[in-house]
Every structure is written in structure tokens, then in C-alpha cells.
Design a protein around this ligand. Structure first.
Ligand code: NI
Length: 180
């Protein structure tokens, strides 16, 4: 199966699931699938610069990365349709909701680090995509906290994907202009 078919299969599944929730990108009103395709776009751009990159796997994890956190999809369902590796990747990218707020990101990063560099790459791509102009209702402290968390992601996933690390570093520097 081609990369295009892998992409198509995953984006249709994810779009259906997120649409079922009526989910939009916070602060924009855009359909959530725009976020997902942007994350997959970062993965596609990084692939030619990344040796031994399993692109078909990474693209599917990218498109499905929020389905367990935000929709009715289950790990079993994802495993059945896309394979156990993909389900495991998406699970690592899913916050454990029972943990206190401050522990959710470190816990997820720890589980991501235990998996392959393609899963690290999706986390980097996700944060690159999310570092846009902050929503107007965010205060200074919230913006500074988001910046701090982004630096933590970059540090914890060092060595996972040189191309995306550089992209994230640039986006973090750009983001600083919103609160300095
Ligand atoms: Ni995301």
C-alpha cells in the first residue's frame, strides 16, 4: 500500500471521529482535521531529511494522534484498523487524564521516549503546529507556561529528529515575541 493510501485511510477515520465530537481548533473555529493534516504535513516535510524513517507509520500516527484523547475511538479499534504499532504510538501521545495537571506532559513524554523515533517526531510536529499566535483569551502566564512546556518537549525528545528539533526551536523563538 502506498503512503498516499495510508494517509487517506487515517485522515478519513480521524476526520469522522473528530467531526462526531463537533471538534474545532480552539480559538479558530476551523475543523479539527486542519490540525491533524498540518501535523502530517510536518512529518512529510521532515521525512526526506530523516534517515531510516518509517513514513507510512509516522503519517498514520500523526493523523490519529488525538483520536484516543478526544474521540470515541478505542485502542482496540485503532489496532484492528491500523495495526498494534500505530495504536501503541497514539496511546503514548495520549495524556493520562487521572494524573495531576503538571504530571501529564512528563508522563506522556516518558512513554513516547520508550517508543521509536517516528513517535517522537509526531510529538515534535504536534507542538510545532500548535505554536501559533496564542488565543486572545490567554493571559501572559498561560502563554509563558505554554512556551516553557514547549522547551521541555524539545529537551526531552533531543536526538529524535534533527530536522523537526530545529523547526521546533525556531517556532519557540518566534513564539517568545508574543509575551516578551
Ligand atoms: Ni495535537
Amino acid at each position: 500500500m502506498t503512503t498516499q493510501s495510508h494517509y487517506q485511510q487515517a485522515i478519513v477515520f480521524a476526520a469522522e471521529k473528530h467531526t462526531e465530537q463537533g471538534q474545532t481548533i480552539p480559538g479558530t473555529g476551523l475543523p479539527y482535521v486542519v490540525h491533524l493534516s498540518n501535523v502530517a504535513m510536518e512529518i512529510l516535510m521532515a521525512a526526506p531529511h530523516t534517515p531510516d524513517f518509517r513514513l507510512d507509520f509516522a503519517v498514520q500516527v500523526a493523523l490519529l494522534h488525538d483520536t484516543l484523547e478526544d474521540t470515541s475511538a478505542t485502542p482496540e479499534e485503532i489496532s484492528r484498523r491500523f495495526g498494534m504499532d500505530v495504536a501503541q504510538g497514539v496511546l503514548a501521545l495520549t495524556k493520562n487524564e487521572v494524573l495531576p495537571k503538571t504530571e501529564k506532559m512528563p508522563d506522556s513524554l516518558k512513554r513516547i521516549r520508550a517508543l521509536s523515533p517516528e513517535v517522537w517526531a509526531v510529538k515534535l510536529a504536534d507542538r510545532i503546529t500548535n505554536l501559533q499566535k496564542p488565543p486572545s483569551h490567554w493571559d501572559h502566564a498561560k502563554i509563558a507556561e505554554y512556551s516553557r512546556e514547549s522547551i521541555q518537549i524539545l529537551q526531552e525528545l533531543k536526538g529524535g529528529n534533527a530536522y523537526l528539533e530545529k523547526r521546533l526551536e525556531e517556532k519557540i523563538n518566534e513564539y517568545k515575541t508574543h509575551f516578551v
